[in-house]
Every structure is written in structure tokens, then in C-alpha cells.
Design a protein around this ligand. Structure first.
Ligand code: ACM
Length: 532
């Protein structure tokens, strides 16, 4: 089983589950188990082959599952717990049960499982800005996350290279900022080359509503990200009036960062408030909104007399503090709407944030520790080993990646809570999340390859706290489930011939060098200065 359950005991005997068997219990739990096990075509009834009950003594995601000779019993702490019991029961059936053409009777081995997650945030991030992934791909990713008990989908909805959601209040965002004429194809720091192919796309508000509902049904919370005040070139292509200079922009066609930065003044806050209202209105219940704060180039703030005067009027002495002030304003707006802000770690380093803001330390757990010590909840997101846009191995056979290498074993060995942290710091870590930045993930087939099976290791670490010794053996078996689900994962011994594509450039950007540079940056930033 992946992820590993807390307790798994073989019982003698088994039970034959047949298609169309009855399931009994509270309606929302029944609904969750039916959704987790569509192959069984379970029918609600008074008493059944599968009996469900709510046990308020269990946490909302916890469950107990017993398969005995008289049937299946599930006790769950809530709808999510019942959904996860259904997923675990599914994994007791053979891999072919993940196919639509599966059989109609299943011999389920007798077991007793008691299970609860170690971390409440078990996340995947998907950058739909650098390359757009249509709604159907997002729904499919949610299905695959559900199989692995992953429960946060962080959608990076805007960056310099594109804006990806309809706005009725500011329609030029989806009309103009959602596409670019061409896309860079060169490897890091090599001479620029472009594909000369237009790229674009965006989710309608109806799409977003569907994604939110689909995710909720599968115990996943969607975390939308509007990355500000930097990474703003697409936004400023559509609405330059929210910028900090007289520059005119066009949606960026290459990778890297730019000087495009939103103005921190009240009209920008009003603009973003309208965007938040549209996003939250469409997604439905939205407990978290990510507001970015990474890689901000503050030059245009420093050069603007108007923004400097505004900063002075607020009694702030640095542009880093002004950035933190701006993000605090946005976090207050979100709090009024029932959502907590999430930021990348530079935002924390820039100055004082709203205390309930969650921090994602991508530049390493050193800066994560500082955020935890300051009382922020922290989601472990370090480049090593959680940036899944890095190559799967240091081999030219891998598809072109940002750098190398992050292996399945690296992810499995990751501990979201470093041992040497104090108790107070450790309890601040709410979980971990892998990042799928999409500069080098141009299409869904590459997305499958980059995500799986590294995300299986992420699921194991975030659900169970650490990977078990038998993880490799369980993963081997689990790949049969991914085959049945039609996932084009990376085979453990390397890519299939057609998965090689444009060759990776091993050795050019080793992840150890990247981490050294990022750690040095955060160290300098003892100073609270932004890092770029
Ligand atoms: C990031 O990688 N800029 C969060």
C-alpha cells in the first residue's frame, strides 16, 4: 500500500466483494467511499457488505478498516477519513481494479488497518503559467492525488509568462495576458532560441468552480496562487496602470525573472481584491490563497518618487518593509474572506507578515526554521528534494530539465521536520509539498513523467512521516496500479525510448550548487533584505 498505513495487520480469511454490493452508513461517508471505489458500483442500503460509521474520536482524515469473513467495516473521523478508507480498500484489490474494464467479483484479503496522516498539508504544486494545462489534466491530476492521499493542489495561476484564469472584472487579463507568441527552447544560459509557436490558455470561472468541487469531493483543497508583487509581467501587459514605472510590457517568452513589479498603492490592492473575490467566488470554500512574494526585483519602487513618498507616508524605511506591508494588506483582505495567505520565503525575509500567514521555504529549510521560530506555520518546499522540475537522474536520457538530479530515493529520504529543530519550531511544520514548475514541462505526458513516481515518495513521507524500509518493494507493486491508470510515469530504471525527447544537459546545473547559492542568499538575508 502507498502511502504506508500506521497499522496493517493480516487477518485470517477473506471476503468476496461483488460489483453492486450494498454499503450502509451516514450519507456523506457512503458518498465518499463510492467515489473512491467506482469499480465496485456500491449501492446504498440499510446494512451491507461495507458498513460505515462515524467515529468522532478519530481525526477528520483518520479511519479504521477491517476486512473479515462477514464483510468490510469502516470507522472514519469524517468524510475525508471515509474517502481514504475507500482508497486503502481499493489498494487491497488487484491493480486491474483501476481499469474501467475490471471484473465483477473481488476476493479481498482479511486485514485490520488503523491509519491517520502525520501531516495535514500533503501538497502538489502545478505551474500552469509557464505552460498551460487544460482543465481535464487538472481533474486527472486530482484523481491521481486522491489515490495517494495527497490533499493540497497549489495552482500557480499567474507568472510573467501568462495569466490563466478568466476575470469578468478585468477581462484583458484573460484576453491579452493568457497567451504569448512563442516560447524559449534553449537550455539555461545557452544562446536564446524560440519555438515560434503561440502558447496560451486559461480556465473560465466555470472551469474553476468545477475544479474546486471536483477537488473537494476527493478530499483535496485547491490553493490558488496570484503571485505578486513581482512576476507581474503578464498582468502589466494587460493593465500597465498597476505597474511602478511607465514601461510597456509584453507577456514574457523566455524564462527567468524581470523588473516588472506591481505598484503597492491602494488601486493595486483594490484590483487584487476584485480578483480574489472572483477566484474565491468561483472555487467555493477557499481556506488558503497564495500571494507569492518570491524573487521580487524592487528597482522600480526605488526609482519611483511617488512610491517612495507613499512608503515614507506609511512610516516604512525600506522597500523590503514596503513589500511586507503590501502582502500584509492583501492577507488582511483575504482574512476578511475567510482565507489565510500563503507566501514564498522571501516575503517572510522582507519584513513582518500577518502572523497567520503560512510560509513556503523553497530556498532551504534554514529559512523555514527562521519562519517557524517567528511563529509562522511552515510547509516544507525546499528545491532539494521537492522541485520536481529537476531531472530524475543526472543522465542525458532524461527529458530536458531545469537542473539535476532529484531521484525517487532522494524524495523518500526527505524528512519535512529536521531533527535538530526545537520542539516549538517542529510543531510549526504542517507538511510538505512538491513543486512542478513548468518551464521544462511543456505537456501532460512530460507532466506524468516528472510527477510519478516521485510523488509516490512524497505521499509516503507526508502521510506516514517517513518512507518505510519496504517502500521500494511496495512502490514496485504500486507501479502496476499506475500502469492500469494509464500514467506515463518514469520507469525506475530510466526513460522509455520515446520519453527521452530533447536531451537533458547533465552536470550543467547540479542541484547541490543551486542549494548552496540559495542558502547563501538566505543567510545574507539575516538582514531582512529581499534576495534579488
Ligand atoms: C520560486 O521558486 N521562485 C518560489
Amino acid at each position: 500500500m502507498i502511502p504506508r498505513s500506521d497499522l496493517f495487520r493480516d487477518l485470517s480469511g477473506s471476503y468476496e466483494l461483488t460489483s453492486g454490493a450494498t454499503v450502509s452508513g451516514p450519507a456523506d461517508l457512503v458518498d465518499a467511499v463510492r467515489l473512491a471505489l467506482p469499480v465496485l458500483d456500491l449501492r446504498p442500503g440499510d446494512s451491507g457488505a461495507v458498513d460505515l460509521r462515524l467515529d468522532p474520536a478519530l481525526g477528520p482524515e483518520a479511519y479504521r478498516l477491517t476486512v473479515g469473513s462477514r464483510g468490510v467495516e469502516i470507522a472514519a473521523g469524517g468524510r475525508s477519513g471515509a474517502f481514504y478508507a475507500g482508497q486503502s480498500l481499493h489498494q487491497l484489490l488487484p491493480p486491474s481494479s483501476y481499469r474501467f474494464s475490471a471484473g465483477t467479483a473481488w476476493n479481498v484479503p482479511g486485514v485490520r488497518i488503523e491509519d491517520a496522516p502525520r501531516f495535514s498539508w500533503r501538497g502538489l504544486h502545478l505551474d500552469v503559467a509557464r505552460h498551460f494545462f487544460p482543465k481535464r489534466e487538472v481533474l486527472r491530476l486530482l484523481d491521481l492525488m486522491a489515490v495517494h492521499k495527497l490533499n493540497r493542489l497549489h495552482l500557480h495561476l499567474v507568472d510573467d509568462q501568462g495569466w490563466r484564469v478568466e476575470s469578468r472584472a478585468y477581462p484583458l487579463l484573460h484576453e491579452i495576458a493568457s497567451h504569448r507568441a512563442r516560447t524559449a527552447t534553449n537550455f539555461s544560459r545557452d544562446p536564446e532560441s524560440y519555438d515560434e509557436i503561440p502558447h496560451g490558455g486559461y480556465y473560465s470561472l466555470e472551469d474553476l468552480a468545477e475544479i474546486g468541487a471536483y477537488a473537494r469531493a476527493r478530499a483535496v483543497t485547491v490553493v490558488p496562487e496570484i503571485d505578486v508583487p513581482g512576476h507581474a509581467q503578464a498582468i502589466l501587459t494587460a493593465y500597465p496602470e498597476f505597474g511602478s514605472s511607465d514601461d510597456r510590457w509584453q507577456v514574457l517568452e523566455r524564462w527567468g525573472i524581470t523588473r516588472a513589479i506591481l505598484s503597492p498603492k491602494p488601486p493595486t490592492v483594490e484590483f487584487l481584491t476584485a480578483i480574489f473575490d472572483e477566484l474565491i467566488g468561483a472555487l467555493g470554500e477557499t481556506p488558503y490563497v497564495h500571494i507569492g512574494g518570491d524573487e521580487v526585483v524592487l528597482d522600480h519602487w526605488a526609482e519611483s518618487k511617488e512610491i517612495t513618498a507613499y512608503r515614507d507616508s506609511l512610516g516604512l524605511s525600506s522597500n523590503g518593509e514596503l513589500q511586507a506591508w503590501f502582502l500584509r494588506r492583501l492577507a488582511d483582505v483575504l482574512a476578511e474572506r475567510g482565507a489565510r495567505a500563503v507566501v514564498w520565503d522571501e516575503a517572510f525575509v522582507s519584513g513582518e507578515l500577518r502572523p497567520d500567514t503560512l510560509v513556503m521555504p523553497w530556498r532551504g529549510m534554514g529559512v523555514g526554521r527562521r519562519a517557524a521560530a517567528a511563529g509562522h506555520d511552515v510547509i516544507a518546499t525546499p528545491v532539494f528534494p521537492l522541485y520536481f522540475d529537476y531531472a530524475e537522474s543526472a543522465s542525458a536520457d532524461e527529458p530536458m530539465a531545469i537542473g539535476d538530479a532529484i531521484t525517487v530515493a532522494d524524495v523518500a529520504a526527505f524528512s519535512p521536520v529536521p531533527d535538530d529543530w526545537t520542539r516549538e519550531e517542529r510543531v510549526r511544520v504542517v507538511g510538505a509539498q512538491a513543486q512542478l514548475w513548468s518551464e521544462r514541462i511543456p505537456d501532460p505526458r512530460t507532466l506524468d513523467y516528472r510527477t510519478w513516481p516521485r510523488a509516490c515518495a512524497l505521499a509516503e513521507v507526508t502521510w506516514s512521516g517517513s518512507a518505510g524500509d519496504d517502500f521500494p518493494a511496495r512502490l514496485d507493486e504500486h507501479l502496476g496500479r499506475l500502469d492500469a491508470l494509464g500514467v506515463e510515469y518514469r520507469p525506475l530504471d530510466g526513460p522509455r525510448p520515446w520519453q527521452r525527447r530533447r536531451p537533458h544537459r547533465p552536470g550543467k546545473v547540479p542541484v547541490s550548487e543551486v542549494m548552496k547559492r540559495l542558502n547563501a542568499m538566505t543567510h545574507d538575508a539575516e538582514s531582512t533584505k529581499p534576495t534579488v
